[in-house]
Write a protein that binds this ligand. Structure first.
Ligand SMILES: O=C(O)CCC(=O)C(=O)O
Ligand SMILES: [Fe+2]
Length: 713
């Protein structure tokens, strides 16, 4: 039974120590890269603090909203569906009934966060949408940072950075809630053990712990993810890319008492990408190639049907090569066989199991032996444990990883010979030499029986695992909906069949009709005595028709041009309302001009009268002047006075005549004026009549205009 212990050995790194982020290329960065790489090799995971990259407030906001999300009605949550495995909403999964989750693809590149939040909250939830985006982006940024550190630490050339970028180009975001197990006090497995199918996984959680990782020595370690911290897990793809140097950590979630919320970002490659081990990470001695280039989509399909073995199935494809190499290294192979024999003899029955990968057999065998000798639950790695039990043969982790049979053999030999039952057995050999062969036979058959039992148990486990995977697939992919789809496809297939039959039938009848037409035409053509004349005649009439058409086209064009010209003229004419407006304006102007004219007339009359007055005055003045100038002289003699009196009388007479003429003139003028007055009165009457007529006309026009104005224009 695997034991559990707290994570005293899983390192925790701070990427922003003292608030200062690591500067790429700096000494601290290099040091951190080395530590990160070592943690990924040894444990396949590490804890991470990075307050400056992902602030506490963002995490808090995320989990506050996640609670609200999982509290939404079941039918709302079920709206989030996806055809891809593990995506969409998983709430009613019989295999993992306590685990509820939402999987969302590609938040950084698509409008996936908006689509998701709009689906869950039709009125929108922009705040949560932003938080989802920010957290995913920041966590993927961290993944890339870790990948760059690994590239740096293996001393790989710079172009591998862009390869690393491709390995995280597809993002899968998962929001998870684990419900409280009903058996309140006991801890319960809420997420079974697995490795992830991504390149790197980064997770955070709210308050409640529960994530456990399996150490290389087969011990479950309870992780204590720090408050506002993260855990980074190496997944299958990074393991394969690193040629198995980095350890894809198996993990599970165990819960007791409290519900748990977790948020994970899985950085992976695009389906079409090929995963290829860098040449720099392959050598023929310690690190022979373990994974030939493979396609991620192909691996993912293996994973869906068999998550535990997907990577090994991919590796299997290079089995021939491995076997070939092993043949070449036959000595190593025979030593390896000896190791397996030793382990089998020591009771480790999986040692001959062809389904278990060799490295796992050796690690598990070593761990079993060490556990049996030390009989304790302390979580130490193999190398530390060997020191503890006092094994005199040196062993490094790389010897185990690379299956270095020469280094492993003495260690396993020593361990198996120091197993408690072996010691007992040896002691009993010394003290009871008389042990009968019957007893030996008994023991052998008991061992064989227990071996069979183990074998049967293992097979049972395998079947249960496969069943679990199948159930998971059925609930993820929705067998019902697949069946529905199939039924609807069958129906549409039938429809298509019907359509095809109908079409075939129609086609045949159409075909025979056309065939009949052709025969008829052929018959007509052969019957016609002079085919040449016929075609010439046809040709001529055709040319005539073409000419006629051309002519008509020209006429039509000329007509159209005329129409356009007339239309333009019509457009230039003012419309009825404009005419009325012009008329009003003209009447106004006419009235104004008339007023002015009258005034001017008056001015002229006054002017003429004044001119006349002036002339008269001038004459009067000259007369008076001449009288004054002659007066003295005329008064000095009687003759003179008589002459003066005569001339005065002449003047008076002249004046009277003039007056008479003026009076006559006045009378004539008055007659004219009276005549004009009469005409004026008649004109006024006429004007009034015109005015009322024009008013009536306007009223009539506006009435007609409102009835059919557009056609009037
Ligand atoms: O809930 C967790 O902490 C782990 C989740 C996990 O491993 C997964 O979803 O693959
Ligand atoms: Fe996982």
């Amino acid at each position: 039974m695997k034991s559990e212990s707290r994570n005293t050995m899983i390192p925790c790194f701070d990427f922003c120590k003292g608030g200062i982020g690591l500067k790429e290329g700096s000494e601290e960065w290099k040091e951190m890269s080395k530590n990160v790489r070592e943690a990924c090799e040894t444990h396949g995971c590490f804890l991470l603090m990075c307050d400056d990259i992902i602030p506490k407030s963002a995490c808090e906001e995320l989990f506050k909203n996640m609670k609200v999300l999982f509290d939404l009605p079941e039918e709302t949550k079920q709206k989030h569906v996806s055809p891809r495995p593990y995506r969409g909403y998983t709430g009613k999964n019989t295999v993992i009934p306590l685990c509820e989750g939402f999987g969302i693809d590609d938040i950084p590149h698509l409008d996936a966060a908006e689509a998701f939040t709009d689906l869950m909250w039709p009125q929108g939830n922009p705040l949560f949408c932003e938080t989802l985006k920010t957290m995913t982006l920041k966590m993927i940024e961290l993944c890339f940072l870790v990948l760059k550190m690994i590239v740096e630490s293996y001393g790989l050339p710079q172009h591998y950075i862009s390869k690393a970028e491709n390995m995280k180009s597809s993002t899968f975001t998962k929001l998870i809630k684990y419900k409280v197990p009903e058996s309140n006090n006991e801890s319960e497995l809420v997420l079974p053990a697995h490795t992830d199918n991504s390149t790197l996984t980064i997770l955070c959680q709210k308050d409640v712990q529960g994530l456990q990782v399996l150490s290389k020595t087969d011990k479950w370690i309870e992780l204590e993810i720090p408050q506002n911290g993260f855990v980074v897990l190496v997944s299958d793809i990074l393991k394969a890319w690193s040629n198995g140097r980095l350890h894809a950590v198996t993990h599970k979630v165990v819960l007791r008492e409290k519900e748990r919320y977790a948020f994970g970002v899985f950085a992976g490659p695009k389906e079409e990408m090929n995963i290829e081990v860098p040449d720099e990470l392959v050598d023929n001695q310690i690190h022979p190639l373990r994974y030939r280039p493979f396609n991620y989509g192909e691996y993912f399909n293996y994973y869906v049907s068999n998550p535990r073995e997907a990577l090994e199935l991919i590796a299997e494809r290079r089995k021939e090569r491995v076997e070939h190499t092993m043949e070449e290294e036959s000595s190593n192979s025979s030593t390896f066989q000896k190791i397996l024999d030793l382990l089998y003899a020591a009771g480790f029955l999986h040692a001959t199991d062809s389904d278990v990968p060799p490295s796992e057999k050796v690690i598990a065998g070593l761990s079993r032996c060490i556990a049996a000798i030390t009989d304790q639950d302390k979580t130490l790695d193999i190398v530390e444990s060997l020191e503890l039990v006092g094994c005199p043969h040196p062993l490094h982790l790389s010897h185990v990883q690379d299956l270095d049979a020469d280094a492993l053999f003495p260690v396993i030999q020593w361990l198996t010979s120091h197993l408690p039952q072996n010691q007992e057995h040896r002691a009993s050999e010394v003290s009871h030499a008389e042990h009968t062969s019957e007893e030996d036979e008994c023991r052998t058959s008991i061992e064989a029986l227990s071996g069979n039992l183990d074998e049967l148990n293992r097979k049972k486990m395998n079947v249960v695992k496969q069943l679990t995977t199948l159930q998971e697939r059925i609930s993820n992919e929705g067998a019902d909906s697949a069946a529905q789809k199939l039924i609807s496809l069958m129906t549409s297939l039938k429809d298509l069949d019907k359509q095809e039959n109908y079409f075939q039938f129609n086609r045949n009848s159409k075909h025979s009709e056309l065939q009949a037409d052709i025969t008829e035409l052929e018959r007509q053509i052969t019957n016609y005595s002079d085919n040449k004349n016929l075609s010439d005649g046809l040709h001529n009439s055709f040319s005539e028709l073409v000419e006629k058409v051309d002519l008509m086209k020209k006429q039509l064009a000329a007509r159209l041009r005329n129409i356009v010209a007339v239309r333009r003229q019509i457009d230039d004419l003012p419309c009825q309302s404009e005419v009325i407006q012009y008329e009003c304006r003209l009447s106004e102007l006419y009235a104004q001009i008339q007023g002015k004219h009258r005034q001017t007339h008056k001015y002229y009359a006054t002017y003429n009268a004044l001119l006349e007055i002036k002339e008269l005055m001038l004459k009067e003045t000259s007369l008076l002047n001449s009288i004054i100038s002659q007066f003295q002289e005329a008064f000095s003699s009687t003759d003179g006075r008589i002459k003066l009196v005569h001339s005065m009388e002449g003047i008076v007479k002249g004046s009277q005549q003039k007056l008479e003429r003026v009076r006559v003139g006045l009378q004539e003028e008055e007659t004219i004026r009276n005549d004009l007055k009469g005409r004026y009165a008649a004109a006024i009457g006429e004007q009034k009549r015109c005015y009322s007529l024009s008013k009536a006309f306007q009223a009539q026009c506006s009435k007609k205009g409102s009835e059919n104005w557009p056609q009037d224009k």
